[in-house]
Design a protein around this ligand. Structure first.
Ligand SMILES: [Zn+2]
Length: 155
């Protein structure tokens, strides 16, 4: 299944399953500036998540839909990018935002509420170097010892 995540989904530890495709709007990635947010974002990227910006026409279409349903004033630019990317990618939105949910329902976009999904259990990850096999508690773009890429594993 293909999912578009907003910041709340990432901060609440949305867990992709094997074979899931994760798309994160670039504005959501920028929003996750806290240490905790960055770590969670990096974990998802190490699991294969991609960061993308929706095409402009999907942004415009999303604003029309939001205006139709009376939610435009309650949506931030980031929210609009989340919905627009889901429209473009035919993906399911994961969020705990009521206005986003409302627009998705109206537009026939799949929506998964993060708060009621029961994601209470926090998974911890460790990162294993694909080169030298060392384990790390945090993610690095390159292994500090040998420079190979790291892969996330559930601890
Ligand atoms: Zn290494």
């Amino acid at each position: 299944m293909r999912f578009v995540l907003d910041s709340s989904a990432i901060l609440n530890n949305f867990q992709p399953k094997t074979g899931d495709e994760i798309v994160i709007p670039s504005s959501v990635a920028e929003e996750l500036k806290s240490h905790e947010g960055r770590e969670k974002l990096e974990t998802l990227i190490s699991l294969g998540a991609v960061i993308e910006k929706p095409l402009q026409r999907y942004g415009a279409r999303t604003k029309e839909i939001a205006e139709d349903v009376g939610e435009l004033g309650r949506l931030s630019d980031v929210d609009i990018e989340v919905i627009a990317l889901a429209l473009e990618k035919k993906a399911c939105v994961v969020s705990d935002d009521y206005s986003i949910e409302n627009v998705c329902r109206y537009a026939g976009i799949d929506f998964l509420p993060i708060s009621t999904e029961g994601i209470k259990k926090v998974f911890r990850y460790r990162y294993r170097c694909t080169g030298c096999g060392r384990y790390y508690k945090r993610y690095y773009e390159e292994c500090p010892v040998c420079g190979s890429t790291l892969r996330a594993r559930r601890a």
